[in-house]
Write a protein that binds this ligand. Structure first.
Ligand code: FES
Length: 508
């Protein structure tokens, strides 16, 4: 058996050229913060309309959630149309369908126009169930999706190698290699005068006419408009973090013979969610990509979840050769529609794109088109559906209260829980929260036995972090911030590192 690569296939198979950090003050038309799919598409669309754009990335381009997606470019989002119709009416569901399908067509158009080699394939999308008791949900989704204008139908057969009770099938969907596609856009962005900066963390945003953003190293970008596309938004004046729920999904990729390709993109809400697609791989082979075992970041152990997903894959696709594994973090909004538009109630020149709910490929492309139109002074009719300033107390109250109760539980309850008694109890490769001189410290012991300690208090709003055994990092269960073992920020909403502990516990 080949060695398991603990990295995303997309990152492993499409390396990116490096970009310089911001090293001087700059004036542009638009500063875009965050180089994932939403930031890259927005910067690219803007540059194509003649805007001077600076794209600023805290880490390296396309290494956040976009590099770890399953890359389904689909307007079918499990079972969402019946819910959207209930909450926003038939017109809202139709707008959602048209804009999501429009994003797929935009990708197809750009692939053809720029001649991008990114494994773009048209395939049908399915949401399947295996239990007869769940069929009513499928029927109602077929009905709602059809009414919304999607080419949907009810089927009882699929190309999956196991029986299903039924599924909704939607034609003309797509899948691709996300980094291959977006690296081509970055290339074209630079040809249109766009500037791309990596390792440029933005620490300050001054709104006005013009706006100013300030990097950690003190350089300023002056811009008429600023787009915040950092997943969990930084400079969150609108407190969107309180209206976003983080979740993490695990991904397994295994090589199968081409003859076993199920020829489509599949997802089931059953069994803790299972999502299946394939990608071109070696001669006569496909890479089977299976996602599932979703959980709240920072809650529970991760390794047993990977094992459960691997077991499911081997059982359902006998002979599949496990090759890669990785995980991705995303956020959902309480009403299931992304936040794309003005950043907050008083915003005139600051914009945001977030809360893609696991469907970032279409929503990221859509964000690029919609924000470009808004910044150019247009008023697209679908802007209202995605407007982050919408508040629907009746639609948001229950999920928001549930999410906030969970956060409150962590803020209070985690302070009362027991921790490992001493640093000596931490095995190599493991981490734990330990009291050192009365302070809660996050202590990680590396493979060589050396301990590394930082404060266990999350720099966002003060919850206590937990250790992620699979990724060897610290995760906050409240809003999903992730920190490296040296305390540096890997994932927001936190923007500041975990405080270094002055006297780390000595190795034993
Ligand atoms: Fe919000 Fe930690 S308190 S992410």
């Amino acid at each position: 058996m080949s060695e398991l690569i603990k990295e995303s296939y997309w990152v492993d198979s499409a390396p990116s050229p490096s970009h310089p950090p911001l090293a001087e003050d700059l004036t542009v038309d638009v500063a875009v913060i965050g180089a994932g799919i939403a930031g890259v598409c927005t910067a690219w669309e803007l540059a194509r309309t003649g805007k001077r754009v600076a794209l600023l990335e805290a880490d390296e381009v396309l290494t956040g959630t976009t590099g770890y997606t399953t890359a389904k470019v689909s307007a079918l989002h499990t079972l969402r149309y019946a819910e959207i119709r209930r909450a926003f009416g038939a017109e809202g569901a139709a707008t959602y369908a048209t804009t999501q399908q429009g994003a797929i067509e935009r990708v197809a158009e750009v692939v053809a126009e720029l001649g991008i080699d990114c494994q773009f394939e048209r395939v049908p999308a399915y949401t399947w169930v295996e239990s007869e008791g769940q069929l009513a949900k499928i029927h109602s989704e077929v009905e709602a999706a059809t009414e919304a204008g999607l080419p949907a139908s009810f089927v009882t057969e699929s190309d999956l190698p196991f029986p299903i009770a039924g599924a909704i099938r939607v034609e003309d969907q797509a899948q691709f290699h996300p980094r291959a596609y977006l690296l081509a856009l970055l290339d074209d962005l630079r040809k249109h005068g766009g500037q791309v900066f990596e390792h440029t963390r933005i620490h300050g945003l001054e709104e006005g006419e013009p706006c100013r953003v300030v990097s950690e190293s003190g350089h300023t970008v002056t811009a008429a408009d600023v787009v915040v596309a950092t997943h969990y938004p930084v400079f969150d004046r609108a407190m969107l973090f309180a209206r976003l729920v983080p979740h993490r999904d695990l991904v397994i990729a295994a090589v199968i013979p081409e003859v076993q390709d199920p020829k489509g993109m599949y997802i089931t809400p059953e069994q803790g969610i299972r999502s299946v697609r394939t990608a071109p791989y070696g001669e006569g082979e496909r890479l089977l990509i299976v996602t599932g075992e979703g959980f709240t970041p920072g809650e529970g152990e991760v390794e047993p979840r990977y094992q459960a997903l691997a077991d499911w894959t081997s059982e359902r696709f006998p002979g599949a050769r496990l090759t890669y594994r990785w995980s991705a973090q995303d956020t959902s909004t309480p009403d299931g529609i992304s936040y794309i538009g003005p950043f907050h109630l008083g915003a005139r020149h600051t914009w945001v794109a977030t809360g893609f709910g696991g469907w970032g490929m279409t929503n990221g492309v859509l964000a690029g088109q919609l924000l470009t139109a808004l910044i150019n002074g247009e008023s697209p009719s679908h802007a209202g559906l995605y407007d982050p300033r919408r508040i629907h107390p009746l639609k948001e109250a229950v999920p928001m209260l549930k999410a906030q109760a969970k956060v409150a539980g962590h803020m209070v309850g985690d302070r009362l829980r027991s921790y490992v008694g001493s640093v000596d109890d931490i095995a190599p490769g493991q981490g734990a929260v330990v009291r050192v001189d009365g302070e809660r410290c996050a202590v990680y012991r590396d493979d060589a036995g050396q301990c590394h300690a930082v404060s266990a208090t999350c720099t966002h709003l003060g919850c206590l972090v937990n250790f992620d055994d699979a990724e060897r990092s610290w995760v906050c269960p409240c809003h999903g911030s992730r920190f490296a073992t040296d305390g540096s920020v890997l994932h927001g909403p936190a923007t500041k590192p975990l405080r270094a502990v002055s006297a780390p516990p000595a190795p034993h």
